[in-house]
Design a protein around this ligand. Structure first.
Ligand code: BGC
Length: 362
């Protein structure tokens, strides 16, 4: 009997050594956390710094290592080189907010060859079959919200006008700009066609109203030119509204208008998007009418969920399989919900939710 017990104990010890990886080691080998590459377009706009920081923090909390890179100041070759490096370093998933949606086709071929899934973050990556998923906000709806804000503020359904309006959208290489502009025009164009809204500059196509790199300086320069050529001023030709696709363009437009004497009392209706700090302050000061709040924490949370599902071999959560065709096929997407922000609700959506502190908006 004693011999039998001794034999069982020896066997149990041998088995436990095998379970520990054998080789005499009693420490289980820790598997290194998977590295996730996060490529953001620029640090010169507030939102991308926020997006990058949120993604890094949330991925790390979920147990991943993160290689977070910003593509200089919207520098395409820098972004391409950074992605190449992420592939060489063995990143398991790439999360990319493209500077130029169509410039990543070649580098993403390498990702595909190595079996690295790619998630397009906020901006769709065009002309590539390497894109597995897309997470963004409902970009067309953002534009619709801007158009509807102007429609309500000027009571376009009842008033005959004519009201003067100018249009500003974003960088032509950003696929989102087409959706923002398309959404806004789906509301405004019928009024332009019927003459209730007039665009004195005559600039109504996306190409004519785009803003290179979404830069405030570029929007400001164009608005200054429009002021000069159309005679807009508080005492001169009336400007009723400027439909801007986002806050960085709205900021440039507002700066140009303030510099020729506009104040909160006579500011045209100005739309925006992102609830950047500078634009939210303008909203509080009466210099911008609205913005569209896209809670970057929600987007980051969704994308971290996608990454996690991919790494663990399950299906990521998606809610749209029709809207976003990148030229080689429809990319399965998750669209988060945007929210209209105004002076009336900014406290609730931005302060109460902890997105900003009071000090951020001082
Ligand atoms: C984003 C906007 C942002 C713009 C400029 C777009 O792709 O969706 O939120 O304002 O880029 O950075």
């Amino acid at each position: 009997m004693k011999k039998l017990i001794a034999l069982i104990m020896v066997l149990a010890l041998a088995l436990s050594l095998v379970a520990c990886g054998g080789g005499g080691s009693t420490e289980p080998e820790e598997e290194a956390a998977a590295m996730i590459g996060v490529s953001m377009p620029t640090q010169s706009l507030q939102r991308w710094n926020q997006d990058g920081a949120n993604m890094k923090a949330m991925l790390e909390e979920a147990g991943y290592q993160v290689d977070l890179q910003y593509g200089g100041d919207n520098d395409i070759p820098t972004q391409v080189a950074q992605i190449e490096n992420m592939i060489t370093q063995g990143c398991k998933v790439l999360v990319i907010a493209a500077i130029d949606g169509s410039s990543l086709t070649e580098v993403l071929k390498q990702a595909k060859e190595q079996g690295i899934p790619v998630i397009a973050y906020d901006r769709l990556i065009m002309n590539s079959d390497a894109v597995s998923y897309y997470a963004t906000f409902d970009n067309f709806l953002v534009g619709v919200m801007q158009g509807e804000y102007i429609e309500t503020a000027l009571d376009l359904k009842n008033a005959t006008g004519p009201f003067n309006i100018e249009l500003f959208t974003g960088d032509p290489a950003d696929n989102n700009a087409t959706f923002f502009f398309g959404g806004a025009m789906s509301i405004l164009k019928p009024y332009i066609d019927s003459g209730v809204l007039v665009v004195p500059s005559g600039q109504t196509t996306q190409a004519q109203v785009s803003t290179a790199d979404w830069k405030s300086e570029n929007a400001q320069t164009r608005m200054e030119n429009l002021i000069t050529s159309n005679g807009y001023s508080p005492k001169g030709v009336k400007l009723d509204a400027v439909c801007c696709s986002n806050d960085s363009t709205a900021l440039g437009v507002t700066t140009a208008l303030v510099s020729v004497g506009y104040t909160a009392a006579d500011m045209p209706i100005i739309t925006g998007q992102d609830c950047d700090k500078a634009s939210t302050k303008n909203m509080i000061a009466g210099l911008q009418s609205m913005s569209v709040f896209k809670d970057t924490r929600t987007l980051a949370d969704k994308v971290v969920g996608m990454v996690d599902a991919i790494v663990k071999g399950s299906e990521p959560d998606i809610n749209d399989t029709e809207t976003y065709d990148n030229g080689v096929g429809v990319v399965p997407s998750y669209l988060c919900a945007p929210v209209v922000a105004t002076i009336d609700n900014y406290k609730e959506i931005l302060l109460d939710s902890g997105y900003y502190t009071e000090a951020d908006l001082q």
